[in-house]
Design a protein around this ligand. Structure first.
Ligand SMILES: [Zn+2]
Length: 116
């Protein structure tokens, strides 16, 4: 079964004209892109810690991209809903920084940050 984010993110990308963070404009990796797609991901070897000299390969997003997250303009804690009108695509950083803060205040903060 598709998760909430899997169902909703393509609709938001279509509505907003592409895969980017609503707040900072960072490019996001389209949902459903295979991790082996080298336009978006790179392969890195990490230790498994299970035993000495044991490694596995994992895929990480290239630094210019992030994984799309769904942000509630009016957060659910403050009575926001899962209606598309209340949802935007967000990068991880913006989604985290906004948390439960007011939408308009957060947008103003981001705008101020872009100018400085
Ligand atoms: Zn962002």
């Amino acid at each position: 079964m598709a998760t909430f984010s899997q169902r909703v993110t393509p609709k938001l990308a279509e509505r907003d004209g592409g895969w980017f963070c609503h707040y900072c404009g960072m490019e996001l990796i389209p949902k459903g892109t295979p991790v082996t797609d080298e336009r978006y991901f790179y392969r890195v070897r990490v230790p498994t810690y299970e035993r000495r000299n044991s490694y596995k390969w994992v895929y990480q997003p290239l630094s210019k991209y992030d994984i799309p997250q769904v942000d509630h303009k009016l957060c659910k804690a403050n009575g926001g809903t899962d209606e598309l009108d209340n949802l935007v695509l967000s990068c991880g950083l913006c989604n985290h920084s906004k948390w439960t803060s007011d939408y308009a205040e957060f947008v103003a903060q981001i705008e101020a940050g872009k100018q400085s």
